[in-house]
Design a protein around this ligand. Structure first.
Ligand code: ADP
Ligand code: ADP
Ligand code: MG
Length: 454
């Protein structure tokens, strides 16, 4: 059994993992960059090790420094959190080769499902519907033009190894194809170290619905229902809810069953997420799998009562899931607002600096996942998400009202955040009715800016 675990991450997810470890009686080791020496995760862990300079490549992406820190402190496992090395199969393999447990699926599965074209092939084989597109990386513009014409415009060019909404371009017209194709290729190389890109049909105004899954080393697989993550800016989620308000029971069942089918196809042995796009006609398609804990996992925890990090650690410890599908019941509604250190008035540009004053909301059904505190510094080097506010209530409307109250209590001085934008969204009629798609958020911003509301 794991007795000491290193968390190869920072910020709220590092704090989140430390909390569960403490509950499980597992000792924790935090790693940090020089920019994060006063961070909350460093203060909460049993021990901490500085692994390098502020730049991610020097610290949180520095595989050797991280594994060395784990070995030197006598850890028996590494939890990668999300982002950084969480979907890097080379890292997972290296961790195992050093005799440590990687909290996640086996490296072969990360390789298979972390790559979008490889995942498409597996899903085709499993009989799970995929978006019309190609299953191999596209090298040249000429080849891409042919494929795009075949699929028919609009198409989306995507990085095979992408994440965080980056490395993708939507192409509406053939005349724009060449330069957008090259842009995507370039961004993919810069962000993900690989030029591999592929082409898919661009589904207009879909809903992003994802199914939380878990599988163990004994072939048991369950789903923990769905989340609606359609509220996105630049293909990045900002508000998530569980369950999806507008999904019929029949569609829910089909999607959840397909998610299980997808996991069984690859022998999935951890906690993960199958992402689908649902179009206007009620057809849905597999989009990608995330082979890690997800930012929005707390809303699933709220409606199912299951600690997903604990489950992830148990599975990595080679224990059985401990749940059968019929044990997973959902109750109520949960919402999550991602509070980002960015300025909605300046096109959501990142905003770093010192937090001069902070008041976090509380009360019944309000959960905060964050690593910020009064007087702390938000460094400019990392993802801008600084807090997640999660509310839980018996009905969706009560949940929305609770979130409004929570946002009113949330005070953060010193840097800009998107908090006010969230507040306005929660008063928007279309949002309240749950009838929004992935294009809704950017349209709403334009409207709010035009009316000088933000
Ligand atoms: P989700 O939000 O569904 O958990 P995302 O794909 O948005 O998943 O990624 C989770 C977090 O990890 C985000 O903060 C994102 O910016 C970051 N991230 C995702 N992929 C990468 C990557 N390849 N490199 C760096 N950061 C990433
Ligand atoms: P990432 O790994 O960056 O999360 P995804 O493949 O999950 O990449 O796509 C991120 C978002 O981009 C989706 O949630 C969706 O809003 C949009 N998107 C991706 N592929 C398509 C598509 N084929 N049609 C329409 N929208 C898409
Ligand atoms: Mg995604």
């Amino acid at each position: 059994m794991i007795s000491k675990l290193l968390i190869a991450n920072r910020g709220e997810i590092a704090v989140r993992i430390i909390r569960t470890c403490k509950e499980m009686g597992i000792e924790t080791v935090a790693v940090y960059s020089t920019a994060d020496k006063d961070s909350l995760h460093v203060q909460l862990a049993s021990e901490s090790v500085c692994i390098g300079g502020p730049k991610p490549l020097d610290s949180y992406l520095n595989m050797h420094a991280i594994i060395q820190a784990a070995c030197l402190t006598g850890c028996d496992a590494i939890h990668p959190g999300f982002g950084f090395l969480s979907e890097n199969s080379e890292f997972a393999r290296l961790v195992q080769e050093c005799g440590l447990i990687f909290i996640g699926p086996s490296p072969e599965i990360i390789e298979k499902m972390g790559n979008k074209t490889e995942a498409r092939k597996s899903m085709m084989h499993a009989g799970v519907p995929i978006v019309k597109g190609c299953n191999e990386p596209v090298k040249e513009v000429e080849e891409g033009l042919k494929i795009a014409r075949d699929i028919s415009y609009p198409v989306i060019v995507k990085a095979c190894n992408g994440g965080g909404g980056r490395g993708m371009r939507i192409v509406y017209d053939e005349s724009d194809f060449a330069h957008l194709f090259l842009e995507a290729k370039n961004e993919s190389k810069v962000c993900f170290g690989s030029e591999d890109i592929f082409i898919e049909k661009y589904i207009e105004c879909p809903k992003h619905i994802e199914v939380q899954v878990a599988g163990d080393n004994f072939g048991n697989v369950i789903h923990l229902f769905e989340r609606d993550c359609s509220f996105q800016i630049r293909n990045q989620k900002m508000i998530e809810e569980a369950p999806c308000f507008v999904l019929s029971e029949e569609l829910r069942e089909n999607m959840c069953n397909d998610a299980i089918k997808a996991c069984k196809e690859v022998g999935y042995n951890s906690v993960g997420t199958i992402e689908f796009l649902l179009d206007k006609h009620g057809d849905y398609y597999f989009m990608e799998m995330n082979t890690r804990i997800q930012v929005e996992h707390p809303i699933t925890e709220m409606i199912t009562g299951i600690d997903l990090v604990k489950l992830q650690i148990r599975i990595a410890n080679n224990l059985q899931l401990g749940y059968k599908q019929e044990d997973i019941k959902r109750q109520g509604y949960a919402l999550e607002c991602r509070i980002n250190a960015e300025d909605p008035k300046r096109n959501f540009a990142p905003s770093a600096g010192k937090i001069e004053f902070l008041n976090l909301p509380g009360g019944r059904g309000v959960r905060i996942e964050s690593a910020v505190y009064n007087g702390c510094f938000i460094p400019p080097y990392y993802d801008s998400m600084i807090a997640k506010i999660i509310t839980f209530a018996p009905s969706r409307l009560e949940c929305i009202k609770k979130m409004r109250v929570a946002l009113e209590e949330f005070i953060l001085d010193g840097i800009e955040t998107n908090e006010e934008f969230h507040y306005l969204v929660l008063h928007n009629k279309q949002f309240i009715e749950g009838k929004y798609d992935t294009a809704f958020a950017s349209g709403l911003i334009e409207e709010l800016i035009a009316n000088e509301y933000i």
